[in-house]
Design a protein around this ligand. Structure first.
Ligand code: ADP
Length: 494
């Protein structure tokens, strides 16, 4: 290739502008690493109210892009910001679609017009390339919200010179969210009728945006190797396992990295005392500070403090936690949880706070500052997920010497190695079956080692030494991009 790799990165969310989950962390960090490795990269995401109110610098570029929707043409407003001076991020705006309190759903459920919103966004992202005269070598798009994009490239844009050499990579961050809509909305997509069939984007008489990405992208990847295997099975594939098995040859798993600029106890400005591998005294200060924050008794300084930070959703294994609450709180422990999500869990954890005021600190909120304090102040981090495509908190926990207790699924299995006291190798504790008793006994195992300093020190050393920085993941993405690009060239030549 005689020019830097040109990438268009299409995402429904990115840090620091708007975030509901780990995808935003990926979209905020990976492009910077790719650029640092020599790529030319432009991002595009919706101009949500959250972006508008972010206080981050961005400028209005005008409203010339016209997006066909059904039999109408709707204008899109264009804005420009930067992830860093070398990585531009374009925002697609239209007030009636994106100037809302939430990104995709309110606590009462999904927005009724999510199909319209993300058809509009996906089309606008491609029109943006035309507007800028940007011909991407790689179009890397994420999650169901952008799933239709390769369907457009394989149909409406098939003969467009701008995308002639573009190889498309689709990343699945969570296959449980697929973007399923009534078939009556198909006409709004503007896609040819023959794409609406079971080999295409139809899924049991509905439209499935994620399936479109899987069927039509040149390569597909997920955010850990283990998850890329799991989603090919009925237990994890949510109905898409068959189509994924068909595309097995083009399915990859690349583990997410984390941004150690933001998540590193040696220079974390949210912490009362920084600390690092050679001197962990700051971690004790952080624990005191965290107990204070939750108004928990200082006596908990002497017992293991268990932490959780999570979306409060079934996926995260809270039903297991609920089953073992009594036995857990009978142990000599403290427990802190930060999370927000489904109402039933808000209610349950509010009850837990009332029932165990001397042991449990609960904060129903989204609070980045407190998330850092928990990572630093807790001793043990719990992630009993039913499934976990990659998971970030266990990776942060390792860096903060907060030993993870996880279920061996997806990225949790790929990043946490079970501690072996004989060799003193391993950085955490894992259980395999999705079972409350196994979860409890694994917590108890972690607590036993907590009480044995020679083992706990090895665990801390192994955990803090683990390196999941973006550099390595970005290199792997570049290899995938190059391979996809060469295959695309090969196809055009033949
Ligand atoms: P998911 O994307 O499934 O929610 P991940 O572990 O991949 O799970 O990413 C979750 C991200 O969101 C992490 O950066 C985590 O710290 C953050 N997070 C989740 N809930 C909260 C919360 N209530 N307050 C602050 N940060 C949170």
């Amino acid at each position: 290739m005689d020019h830097p790799l040109r990438i268009l990165f299409v995402t429904p969310e990115a840090v620091p502008y708007a975030k509901t989950g780990g995808l935003a962390d990926v979209a905020g960090a990976l492009p910077k690493s790719l650029q640092a490795l020599g790529a030319e990269i432009n991002l595009v995401m919706p101009y949500y109210r959250m972006v508008k109110g972010s206080g981050l610098p961005h400028q209005y570029l005008g409203g010339e892009i016209e997006v066909p929707m059904g039999d109408e043409k709707l204008k899109a407003d264009l804005y420009l910001g930067h992830l860093n001076p070398h990585v531009p991020i374009y925002f697609i705006g239209r007030e009636e679609f994106f100037d809302r309190e939430y990104l995709y759903s309110t606590p009462r459920g999904d927005y009724f017009d999510n199909a319209e919103r993300f058809i509009f966004f996906s089309k606008a992202a491609l029109l943006l390339c035309q507007h800028l005269g940007f011909s991407p070598d790689i179009l890397h798009h994420h999650e169901w919200q952008t799933g239709l994009i390769p369907a457009y490239l394989k149909s409406v844009y098939q003969n467009n010179p701008l995308f002639r050499h573009t190889a498309v990579i689709f990343t699945i961050h969570n296959i449980a969210y697929q973007g399923l809509f009534k078939k009556e909305k198909f006409w709004l997509t503007g896609l040819p009728a023959e794409m609406y069939n079971p080999e295409g984007i139809e899924f049991w008489e509905r439209i499935n945006f994620m399936k479109a990405g899987i069927v039509y992208a040149d390569a597909i990847n997920t955010v850990s190797k283990k998850y890329s295997e799991e989603i090919q099975t009925p237990e994890f594939g949510y109905g898409l396992e068959g189509i994924l098995r068909k595309r097995k040859k083009d399915l990859y798993g690349i583990l997410n990295g984390v941004d150690y600029q933001d998540w590193n106890p040696s220079h974390d400005s949210y912490l009362i005392a920084p600390y690092h591998l050679k001197d962990l005294s700051g971690k004790r200060e952080c624990k005191k500070d965290l107990l204070n924050e939750f108004h928990l008794p200082p006596s908990l300084n002497d017992v293991p403090l268990l932490g959780m930070i999570s979306r409060l959703a079934d996926q995260k294994g809270f039903d297991l936690l609920m089953e073992i609450l009594e036995e857990l709180f009978a142990l000599d422990i403290g427990f802190v949880l930060l999370g927000t999500g489904e109402q039933k869990y808000h209610d349950l954890f509010t009850q837990v706070a009332h029932k165990y005021p001397q042991k449990a600190g609960i904060r129903i909120a989204y609070d980045d500052h407190l998330a850092h304090k928990i990572e630093a102040g807790a001793d043990i981090f719990l992630m009993p997920s039913k499934y976990e495509p990659c998971g970030l908190n266990q990776i942060y926990s390792l860096k903060y010497g907060t030993i993870p207790v996880v279920r061996a699924t997806g990225g949790l299995d790929d990043t946490v190695t079970h501690y072996d006291p004989a060799t003193k190798k391993g950085n955490g504790f894992k259980f395999v079956r999705y079972d409350a008793k196994e979860f409890l006994s694994t917590i108890k195992m972690a607590i036993r080692f907590y009480d044995q300093p020679e083992h706990w020190t090895s665990l801390l050393q192994n955990a803090l030494a683990a390196d999941f920085s973006w550099g390595r993941s970005a290199e792997t993405y570049l290899q995938l991009y190059r391979k996809a690009w060469e295959e695309k060239r090969g196809k055009i030549a033949t």
